[in-house]
Design a protein around this ligand. Structure first.
Ligand code: GDP
Ligand code: GDP
Length: 433
C-alpha cells in the first residue's frame, strides 16, 4: 500500500515548485507546526482518493560542483530502488541537456514507472517546444507549468494508475517500525530484543532493497519489526545519506501499523523527528515516542515530566501519545517499548459498539452542545464508528456544515478521555441526517 513518488531532475527545473503544489492541500495543517516546513522535502499528497508520499530530491543535493553530478546520479538510482513511481522533471526553456540525457539513461535501465514531466510550459507556444523531450526515450511526456498548475491534473491522473492501493494481506501480524535519526539506538534495541537470532531472520544480501521484517515471538508477544536500521552503508555520496534514510523511513512507516519514533535523550527532538511524527500522523499510523540513552541524562524528580512536556509541545496538536524513556545499553524498559507498541496497536484496532458510544457521548453533547451559529442549532442525533484501518467516527446531525474546528477538537478529546485511543490518530466526520 505504500506509494512513494520521487521527483528527480537537474537543479532549477522546478522540482520544489511542483512539490509545493502537490503537497499544498495539506500545507495549511502542516504550517501550524511552525518551523518544520522549511526543511521538509517530503509530504503527503492526495489525488482522486489516492494518497501518496512525494519526495523532492532537490533538497538533498550538495552545493559543491564536483560531488554534485555524482550526487544526482546516485539519487536517481536510489529513487529507482525505493520509489513506486518517478517523476523525471525537465525544463522546456533549456531543452535537453547532457545531464538530462544521463539521468534518462539511468531511468531507462531501471524497472520503475517513469513519467517525463516537461515543466515551465506556461503558454501554448511552448507546447510544441516540449516535443524534443521525446528524444529521452522514456515514452509519453507530460507538459505542465508548476507555477500555474496547468497540466498537473492530467499528470496526476496518469500517475495514480501506477499505484497499488490494495493492502497486501501477506501477514496479519502487527507490524512495528522503529524509526529515528542515525545513532539514536535503533540497531541496539533490535539487538536487545532479538539478540543472536538476528542472523537467522535477516534476509541475505541482495534482498535488503525491501524493508526487512523481523519476526518477534517471545514472552507472549508475536509481531513483525520493520527494520530501517541496517540501511546506512549503501550510499557513496555522503550528501545522500539523509535522502536514502528518508526514503527507507517513509517506506517502513507506510508498511507499519505502529511507528516507534526513537530519539536521543541528549540530542532531544529535532525538526526531522517532528516531520516523521507528522507523516505517521497523516498516514493514520499508531505512534509512540521512545527517548533512548536516558542513562546519559542527569535526573531529578522533575526531569521526566519536563521532557514529556517539551516533546508534547513540539508534536502538538496530536499529543495523546505514549512516551517511554529507555536505556538500551542498561536494558531499562526495553520490553516496555513493545508492550506499549502492542497497546497502541490494540487501540488502533479498537471498535466501540454503537450503543456504548451513544450512551457515553450523547449526554456529554447534551451538556455541552455545539454553539449556535446565526440562530441555528446543531442537533447531533447519534454516533457510530465507521469500519476502517484506524478509528473513524461519524456524528449524524441536522446541520453538519455548522460544526467548527473547536467543536471537532472537543469531541475528539471526549472520545479520547472515555475510550483510550492513546497513540492513535482518530478522524471525525459530521454527516447529514
Ligand atoms: P528545483 O531546483 O528543481 O527544485 O527548482 P525550483 O522549484 O526551485 O524552481 C527553479 C526556478 O524555476 C524558480 O525560479 C521557479 O520560480 C521557476 N519555476 C518553477 N516552475 C516554473 C514554471 O512552471 N514556469 C516558470 N516560468 N518558472 C518556473
Ligand atoms: P542506530 O544508528 O539508530 O541504529 O544506533 P545504534 O544502535 O547503532 O547506536 C548508536 C550508538 O549509541 C552505539 O554506540 C550504541 O552503543 C549507543 N547506544 C544505544 N543505546 C544507548 C543507550 O541507551 N545509552 C547509551 N549511553 N548509549 C546507547
Amino acid at each position: 500500500m505504500s506509494n512513494i513518488v520521487a521527483i528527480v531532475g537537474r537543479p532549477n527545473v522546478g522540482k520544489s515548485t511542483l512539490f509545493n503544489r502537490l503537497t499544498e492541500t495539506r500545507k495549511a495543517i502542516v504550517d501550524d507546526f511552525s518551523g518544520v516546513t522549511r526543511d521538509r522535502h517530503y509530504g503527503v499528497s492526495e489525488w482522486t482518493h489516492h494518497s501518496f508520499t512525494v519526495v523532492d530530491t532537490g533538497g538533498y543535493v550538495a552545493n559543491s560542483e564536483d560531488v554534485f553530478e555524482a550526487a544526482i546520479r546516485e539519487q536517481v538510482i536510489i529513487a529507482i530502488e525505493e520509489a513506486t513511481a518517478i517523476l523525471f522533471m525537465v525544463d522546456v526553456t533549456t531543452g535537453v541537456t547532457d545531464l538530462d540525457d544521463e539521468i534518462a539513461a539511468l531511468l531507462r535501465r531501471g524497472k520503475k514507472p517513469v513519467m517525463v514531466v516537461v515543466n515551465k510550459v506556461d503558454n501554448n507556444a511552448q507546447q510544441s517546444d516540449a516535443a524534443v523531450f521525446y528524444s529521452l526515450g522514456l515514452g509519453e511526456i507530460y507538459n505542465i507549468s508548476s507555477m500555474t498548475g496547468s497540466g498537473t491534473g492530467e499528470l496526476l491522473d496518469e500517475l495514480v494508475k501506477h499505484f497499488d492501493d490494495e493492502p497486501v494481506e501477506e501477514n496479519t501480524l502487527p507490524k512495528f517500525a522503529i524509526v529515528g535519526r542515525p545513532n539514536v539506538g535503533k540497531s541496539s534495541i533490535i539487538n536487545a530484543l532479538i539478540g543472536k537470532d538476528r542472523n537467522i531472520v535477516t534476509p541475505i544480501a541482495g534482498t535488503t532493497r525491501d524493508s526487512i521484517y523481523i519476526h518477534y515471538n517471545q514472552y507472549g508477544h508475536d509481531f513483525m519489526l520493520v527494520d530501517t536500521a541496517g540501511m546506512r552503508k549503501k550510499t557513496k555520496v555522503k550528501e545522500n545519506i539523509e535522502f536514502y534514510s528518508v526514503m527507507r523511513t517513509i517506506k517502513a512507516l507506510e508498511e507499519a501499523d505502529v511507528v516507534i519514533l526513537m530519539i536521543d535523550a541528549v540530542e532531544g527532538i529535532e525538526s526531522q523527528d517532528i516531520n516523521i511524527f507528522h507523516l505517521a500522523e497523516k498516514n493514520k499510523k499508531g505512534i509512540m515516542v521512545v527517548v533512548n540513552k536516558w542513562d546519559l541524562i542527569e535526573k531529578n524528580n522533575k526531569t521526566t515530566k519536563v521532557f514529556e512536556d517539551m516533546i508534547r509541545q513540539k508534536v502538538a496538536p496530536f499529543t495523546d501519545v505514549p512516551i517511554i524513556f529507555t536505556s538500551v545499553t542498561e536494558k531499562q524498559r526495553v520490553l516496555k517499548v513493545i508492550e506499549t507498541a502492542q497497546k497502541v496497536y490494540d487501540n488502533r484496532k479498537k471498535k466501540i459498539p454503537t450503543s456504548k458510544l451513544n450512551d457515553v457521548m450523547l449526554p456529554i453533547i447534551e451538556s455541552f452542545p455545539p454553539p449556535s451559529i446565526k440562530g441555528k442549532y446543531v442537533k447531533i442525533k447519534y454516533i457510530t464508528q465507521i469500519n476502517g484501518v484506524s478509528p473513524m467516527f461519524a456524528f449524524f446531525c441536522n446541520l453538519p456544515q455548522y460544526l467548527k474546528e473547536g467543536y471537532y477538537r472537543f469531541l475528539e478529546n471526549k472520545l479520547r478521555e472515555n475510550f483510550d485511543f492513546t497513540g492513535v490518530p482518530i478522524q471525525i466526520f459530521f454527516r447529514q441526517k
